[in-house]
Design a protein around this ligand. Structure first.
Ligand code: SF4
Length: 178
């Protein structure tokens, strides 16, 4: 536990050094990885496990900096959609995780794989304690119908929408492991 605390502190320090708060980096990374059904303030709140107030302040700061856009859903006027701007995508190329990624890259293959698998299992277990959502990727979801409409034309049986190949590696608030 002490090692996890220490790693978390170093990661938070790296994030501040790279010019944004850790939660702001996490929000930008989420928007880069989430599918179109999940790029909303509510999904971001569930993903971060943060309060609505924290997420609201985070989105205000990121919008002011020009890193995200907010728009109203054309089909449901009550839903706010979030999107990274070109500046937001560019900011992510100077991500605060770079030193940690470099450290991870310095490990041998076996240690890196063991750490990745162990961290993923720990994260799943911790999220489960709070009854949170896993936010897994689309192609690992039980609702994912591979090539349902032909080669590369997939389908979501839950949301009843077609899915493109590019959707399959995105994370989703509705994902349930197959
Ligand atoms: S198949 Fe699962 S992960 Fe993909 S869009 Fe549907 S609910 Fe989300």
């Amino acid at each position: 536990m002490a090692m996890i605390d220490r790693l978390a502190r170093i990661a938070a320090h790296d994030a501040h050094t790279a010019g944004l708060k850790p939660v702001q980096w996490e929000a930008l990374r989420f928007l880069a990885r989430a599918n179109r059904f999940s790029r909303t303030p509510g999904a971001l709140t569930a993903y971060l496990g943060a309060t609505k107030g924290t997420v609201s302040q985070t989105l205000i700061a990121l919008e002011r900096a020009g890193y995200i856009d907010k728009s109203t859903d054309t089909a449901d006027r009550r839903t706010v959609r979030l999107a990274l701007t070109a500046a937001g995508r560019e900011r992510l190329t100077r991500d605060g995780t770079e030193p940690m990624e470099r450290a991870l890259g310095s490990l041998n293959e076996a240690d890196r794989r063991a750490l990745t698998n162990g961290a993923a299992a720990l994260l799943r277990a911790r999220i489960a304690i709070d009854g949170g959502r896993p936010f897994g990727i689309c192609r690992d979801c039980r609702h994912f119908a591979h090539d349902a409409g032909g080669l590369g034309q997939h389908f979501c049986r839950l949301l009843k929408v077609p899915l493109a190949e590019a959707d399959t590696g995105k994370i989703c608030i509705e994902q349930e492991a197959a």
